[in-house]
Ligand binder design. Structure first.
Ligand SMILES: Cc1ncc(COP(=O)(O)O)c(C=O)c1O
Length: 317
């Protein structure tokens, strides 16, 4: 079924896993009174599957994504009616049912439509996993030449307001308004500061800068999502003997960085060539960004032998 095109990529899929079974796309629907649709009390994940140079398909860090889904639910006090192993199998089954050798997976856990009061303690907890083909989230050109970012006028919410370690549906309003503001102003992505003014992350990506050969990113304990790609980048940097610092930094430090890049499941590793109309370094992807990006894609789509533990292999058809 072809629903729409996004970034020139057809969003085609036939089958969605929902509440324990594979269903045709058109039957994986919810009622307008769905509690989570109104209040955002639900959790989700974004996961990518890749095909390596030898043709072998794999889901990238599937176990870590499913673990984070359960952690997000735990933060909310939401009981997922399946075990992690069940959902790992369901992710693979969804890719296989759609005959996807590569693709993007979107597991979501949400409350049903039985009651619309806020507490809704007895509402059924639903679980669904959709899959589709998603190209470079920030555009093929952006991946090559770098993107343009704007510091958002919206802050990441305070750590005692948003639970930043969870991928919680309703929290993404903060990201959506920032992203829409940046797009409407002609930029590719928004950079979010925390409530103290330190650089946190982007709307759906973690952020790294490079200064004099050192890779610097906001600490895990700040108001950022603990990105699985961020963690992969830190590991690859250590493999490559690139010095790493996890610390707070301000927007002006970003302006004078030698290199900046974003990373996330959707965005993968995307270089940034401008922040607030200021050129970063020479205005094109720098050496450390290119090294990290190469190591990243070697493990995903190449034939790099490093980190086999990140690849959950599966057969298509
Ligand atoms: C707010 C936010 N930060 C960072 C990330 C990157 O996380 P990951 O690399 O696990 O996809 C995401 C995407 O999941 C996100 O939504």
């Amino acid at each position: 079924m072809e629903r729409e095109k996004e970034d020139g990529v057809s969003l085609k899929a036939e089958t969605v896993w929902m509440d324990g079974e594979l269903r045709p796309w058109s039957e994986a629907t919810v009622h307008v009174m769905t509690h989570t649709l109104h209040y955002g009390y639900g959790v989700f994940e974004g996961i990518r599957a890749y095909q390596r140079a030898d043709g072998q398909s794999h889901v990238f860090r599937l176990g870590d994504h499913i673990r984070r889904l359960f952690e997000s639910a735990h933060i909310l006090g939401l009981e997922i009616p399946y075990g992690p192993g069940d959902l790992e199998q369901a992710c693979v089954a969804t890719l296989q049912a759609n005959k996807f050798a590569t693709g993007y997976l979107r597991p979501i856990v949400f409350l049903g439509s039985e009651a619309l009061g806020l507490g809704a303690l007895s509402n059924r907890v639903h679980t669904a996993i959709a899959a589709w083909q998603w190209g470079a989230y920030l555009g093929e050109e952006g991946m090559k030449a770098g993107i343009r970012c704007k510091i958002s006028s919206f802050n990441r919410l305070h750590v005692n307001v948003n639970m930043s370690k969870g991928k919680i549906c309703g929290q993404y309003v903060n990201s959506v308004i920032a992203k829409r503001e940046a797009l409407k102003a002609g930029y590719d992505e928004a950079i979010m500061l925390d409530t103290q003014g330190y650089v946190a992350e982007c709307t759906g990506e973690n952020l790294f800068m490079v200064k004099q050969g050192r890779l610097i990113t906001a600490p895990y304990g700040s108001s950022i999502l603990g990105g699985i790609t961020r963690d992969s980048v830190l590991s690859l940097a250590r493999d490559l003997d690139v010095a790493v610092e996890e610390r707070l930094f301000t927007r002006d430090e970003l302006y004078v960085a030698d290199e900046v890049f974003l990373c996330g499941t959707a965005a993968e590793v995307t270089p940034v060539r401008e922040v607030d109309d200021r050129r970063i370094g020479p205005g094109r992807p720098g050496e450390v960004t290119r090294m990290i990006s190469k190591a990243f894609f070697d493990t995903l789509t190449g034939n790099g032998a490093a980190h086999p533990e990140w690849r959950h292999t599966y057969q298509v058809g």
